[in-house]
Ligand binder design. Structure first.
Ligand SMILES: [Zn+2]
Length: 141
């Protein structure tokens, strides 16, 4: 289900992703059956088929694995942010886990693969549920 807040698309919270999108921490799901780390969060372990997961908190630090600069808004609300950089970050503690976000506080021409970054959180109140969504974004470390 896709939800919108004042024109912004928000993640639909469920049991699998609620901690990731609301805790203000980088928490990935770890299968209790085989200890596979799984991100993005899903209900079923893709390795063993298990349904039982725990949350594993990791440091919000990593390096840029890939990036792209957005110069044309896909939504009118994004016009004021142009240009902005979307990054795929490989976590220091779990390099195979990659998390998407925007790179803040850096000019697009200064972005490069391998740049060290740390997570910050953009807080968005959700009037439908009362939750505060905390979306991970990235800044140079
Ligand atoms: Zn498993």
């Amino acid at each position: 289900m896709t939800r919108y807040l004042d024109g912004w698309m928000l993640p639909a919270l469920d049991e699998a992703n609620r901690e990731f999108f609301t805790s203000g921490k980088i928490v990935v799901r770890e299968c209790r059956g085989c200890q596979t780390i799984q991100h993005p969060p899903e209900d079923l372990c893709y390795r063993c088929g298990g349904y039982e997961f725990g949350g594993r908190e990791v440091a919000g630090t990593g390096t840029i694995y890939s990036h792209t600069v957005i110069r044309h808004p896909v939504h009118p609300k994004l016009s004021e942010r142009l240009p902005y950089t979307v990054v795929l970050v490989s976590l220091d503690e779990l390099p195979d886990v990659r998390i998407t976000g925007n790179l803040l506080e850096a000019a697009p021409e200064d972005v490069r693969v391998g740049l060290a970054v740390r997570a910050v959180w953009e807080e968005i109140p959700d009037p439908e549920t009362g939750d505060v969504l905390r979306l991970p974004q990235w800044v140079p470390a």
